[in-house]
Each structure stands twice: as C-alpha cells, then as structure tokens.
Design a protein around this ligand. Structure first.
Ligand code: CA
Length: 224
C-alpha cells in the first residue's frame, strides 16, 4: 500500500511518515501543492493525506486537479476545523477529514478504514465498444492498442464518457473540461476534439465521437 503525504510542516510530515512506515506502508512526502499534485497524478497511490493550507496550490485546488483525473482516496489533515471547511473538502470529493492536532491512533484507524473500503469504491475500467479506459491508472486502449493521451485529452475523453449518448455542446465542454467560459472562442474545444479523435477514432473503423453540426459532439458507440 502506497500513501502520499502532502504537508508543508516538516514536523507533522515526519511524524505521520514515521508512524505509517512502521505500520508497513510505503510513504512519499510532498511539501507543496504543485509537487503533491504532480506526484499524485503520475504515481499510483492508494491514499493521499492532504493538508489544506499549502504553498503553491492549496489542498482544495490540489483535490480538484486530482479529481479531474482520478479517484485516489483523499483524507484531509487540517488545522482548519470550521464546519464549512470540512463540508467544502467533502463536497470536492475528499473521503474523510481529520482536524489537527490528532492522535496517530485516530489517523491510523481512518486510514485503514478508507483503504478497506477503497477497492469497492474504485471505478472499474470503462468500456465503449473496443475502447477501454482504466480510471485509476488513467490507461486508455483501443482494440488492445495502448493510447497515450495528454492530461487535457484525458479530461475531455472522461467528460465524453460520463455523458455518453448525450449531446455535449462546445460551451458545456469548455466550462467543464477547461473550467472557463469560451463564449467567444470555442475553437479551442474543436482543436482538442480533433486531437483526441486522431488518437482514439481515426485509426479505427467504428467512430465514437460524432459531430452535431452547429452544436457540439456526441460520444456514442452508435451513430446518432
Ligand atoms: Ca500547512
């Protein structure tokens, strides 16, 4: 079991790392939000322990970035004990919340609890025709061919899959995948869709992304 600690206070990070290592976990530490997000999305962790107030990205921003890509369980560790902070963390998709200072025994109990239920909660590989996506490892393949996608291409594909069979307008895609309004320039969406198509559709007979002229796209195994 591999655990990532994202914590900028060296003493807390060392204390938690030591305790978890003694319990047999393999532990990495990142001391700022950018390193934390990078490690969390490029290595395969079973759990992320996440501080809220961090240099670089804060814990909430890190969690949002992580959730765009994968479902790794997250336990917030924070000195902030306001109810709304806790609710915010949970709403963003954290699995649990522990207020500092905490006893190591309580942290360990919560860690074990999350890891026990994690395998059932983890998303199973998704399949559309012969396209297969493993959300946990962010692995995409079609007809057995491994396909490498950039972070944005993966986020776009993920959005399409979650809305399979629905018409996805350029505006909705821009808002959800880029978190921005592209009232004037939805060309960005078209360019990204073209790149995604060149990887997952162009080499294959059956097309999955269909253009709805003047509106946007539909991701479907059938032609609309
Ligand atoms: Ca901190």
């Amino acid at each position: 079991m591999r655990i990532l600690i994202v914590e900028d206070e060296p003493k807390t990070a060392a204390y938690v790392r030591k305790g978890l290592t003694e319990q047999g976990y393999v532990v990495d530490v990142a001391s700022d939000g950018f390193d934390g997000l990078h490690l969390a999305t490029t290595s395969n962790y079973d759990l992320v322990l996440l501080d809220v107030m961090l240099p670089g990205l804060n814990g909430w921003e890190l969690l949002e970035g992580l959730r765009e890509r994968q479902a790794t369980p997250v336990l917030f560790l924070s000195a902030r004990d306001e109810v709304e902070d806790r609710v915010k963390g949970l709403k963003l998709g954290a699995d649990d919340y522990l207020v500092k200072p905490f006893a190591f025994s309580e942290l360990l109990a919560r860690v074990q609890n999350i890891l026990r239920r994690a395998p059932q909660q983890r998303e199973q590989p998704l399949r559309f025709a012969d396209l297969e996506v493993d959300p946990l490892r962010r692995r995409v393949s079609r007809a057995g061919d491994r396909i490498d996608l950039t972070g944005k291409e993966y986020a776009l594909l993920n959005y399409f899959m979650r809305h399979a069979g629905e018409i996805c307008s350029r505006t909705l895609i821009a808002e959800n995948v880029w978190d921005m309004n592209f009232d004037s320039d939805t060309n960005v969406v078209d360019v990204a869709v073209r790149r995604l198509r060149s990887k997952i559709d162009d080499p294959y007979a059956q097309k999955l992304i269909h253009t709805i002229r003047g509106v946007g796209y539909v991701f479907d195994v059938r032609s609309p």
